[in-house]
Design a protein around this ligand. Structure first.
Ligand SMILES: *Cc1c(COP(=O)(O)O)cnc(C)c1O
Length: 436
């Protein structure tokens, strides 16, 4: 199909439909007569001649110029293959970016984008509350490369402004943030970065990187609000069934070649089999699954908010939530309707001490033994509802008296709503809260 035809098709239909069809007929592989893309399983590719091989390498170095070639030349899986390429085309479409590059995991995607944007001597400004392994990457590894990381409360815009120096290259955050669901104003960050970038050369510009894993593209497209890059752990809401680990970076075409080069040399490629599952099962069903989970999450958040053992509830869809108005502006589905996501963070009553940390653990252990519709497990965006206690699990490395520095609470609980009937989850929550 010609690219002109493609453009018409893309503008005539809703994104909810694009999620199913993506690029419709991709030129990445000859599968004109398959309805579902075939799974590829070949580490290497036959070249018809030395000349074709040489052209493959020449094209690969400038892959961004050959995105729409009608007869792409594949060389070796680590450089690219059809299943990843097709998934990347479709991810770029739903996230409203120019291009996507997949990685072996969400952490692979985060290291990839930060890897191409920073070098020794540079600085990163990040939100104080982040996914646990992202904190570990920034705190344990980057000092070894002489990359300075400032973690601060990005909901206070003055904090960001005061930390920007000539060496700042990246502003990094999740919104909603893991696990507290802090909402960061992407458009406001764009404004701050634009002011700082006004007199900078292209390579020195500050880039805004947003981890959109918690929202999925159904609830928010950070690029629409001014982000330069969107990150996904495909393992979560996009993968959707808890069967495959993967990650992706979505951004402008000018960065595609560098991302591919980084991926080729550091080696964190997405396996074609994982790419195929996410392309075939995960991405096409993300809107359907999110809609169902959101409608349940609203009911569950309202139930928790009224419960006497719950101190407070952070859920972007609750009018009582401090960032409700910002969430309403930023978190919308493809039709512009409010889509507050499927994650809820709530804090059990009790003071911020080891007593509430212990209460959280007891609550989890009761659920692990007795609840049918909630599973004690990390991860999110699954068909099943997953619940965890950050202070004793994902963020257990943080001592109680330092939890506050990361915006965490000893009695905080994160719940990722699945596809069960909301009333059944509420029944299990009510029973488990009674038990502590
Ligand atoms: C899970 C997760 C990651 C890391 O993704 P992996 O696929 O596990 O490497 C990064 N950010 C957020 C917000 C996540 O939930």
């Amino acid at each position: 199909m010609s690219s002109e035809n493609d453009k018409n098709k893309l503008s005539n239909y809703s994104t909810e439909t694009h999620i199913l069809y993506g690029k419709d007929i991709s030129n990445k592989w000859q599968y004109d007569h398959h309805v579902t893309a075939p799974i590829t399983s070949s580490t290497t590719f036959r070249l018809d001649s030395v000349e074709r091989g040489a052209m493959g390498f020449t094209n690969w170095v400038e892959s961004s110029k050959h995105e729409n070639d009608s007869d792409p030349i594949y060389i070796y899986d680590r450089l690219g293959e059809p299943n990843k390429d097709m998934l990347e085309e479709n991810l770029a479409i739903v996230e409203k970016g120019e291009t996507a590059v997949t990685f072996s995991s969400g952490m692979g995607a985060i290291s990839g984008v930060l890897g191409i944007l920073t070098k020794s001597g540079d600085e990163i400004i990040a939100h104080k509350t982040l996914y646990g392994c992202t904190i570990s990457l920034l705190k344990n590894w980057y000092p070894r490369y002489n990359i300075l990381v400032h973690q601060t409360d990005l909901s206070n815009l003055e904090n960001v402004k005061s930390l920007i120096t000539e060496k700042t290259r990246v502003i990094y955050f999740e919104t909603p943030a893991n696990p507290t669901l802090d909402i960061i104003d992407i458009a406001a960050m764009r404004q701050i970065a634009d002011e700082a970038n006004a007199n900078r050369s292209q390579n020195d510009k500050i880039q805004i990187v947003v981890d959109n894993t918690f929202s999925t593209p159904y609830c928010q497209r950070p690029i629409e609000h001014g982000a330069d890059f969107t990150i996904h752990s495909l393992t979560k809401g996009i993968g959707g069934f808890g069967t495959d680990i993967g990650g992706a970076v979505i951004g402008r075409m000018e960065f595609r070649d560098r991302l591919l080069l980084y991926r080729k040399d550091f080696g964190g490629i997405l396996s074609p089999k994982n790419a195929w599952s996410i392309l075939t099962y995960g991405l096409p069903t993300v809107a359907l699954r999110q809609k169902k989970a959101i409608s349940s999450a609203i009911k569950i958040a309202e139930f928790l908010e009224k419960h006497p053992k719950v101190d407070f509830v952070n859920y972007p869809g609750l009018p009582s939530y401090k960032s409700y108005n910002l969430a309403k502006k930023q978190m919308t589905n493809f039709e512009g309707e409010f889509a507050p996501g499927h994650l809820i963070y709530f804090v059990l009553k009790g003071d911020e001490t080891n007593i509430s940390r212990e209460m959280g653990s007891n609550f989890m252990n009761y659920i692990a033994k007795n609840a049918y519709t909630m599973t004690l497990a990390v991860s999110l965006g699954h068909t099943r509802t997953l619940i965890e206690h950050p202070a004793s699990m994902t963020h257990s490395v943080v001592p109680t008296d330092e939890l506050e520095n990361y915006g965490l609470h000893a009695g905080g609980v994160r719940i990722a709503i699945g596809l069960e009937k909301a009333e059944d989850i509420i029944k299990d929550l009510a029973d488990s809260l009674d038990a502590i």
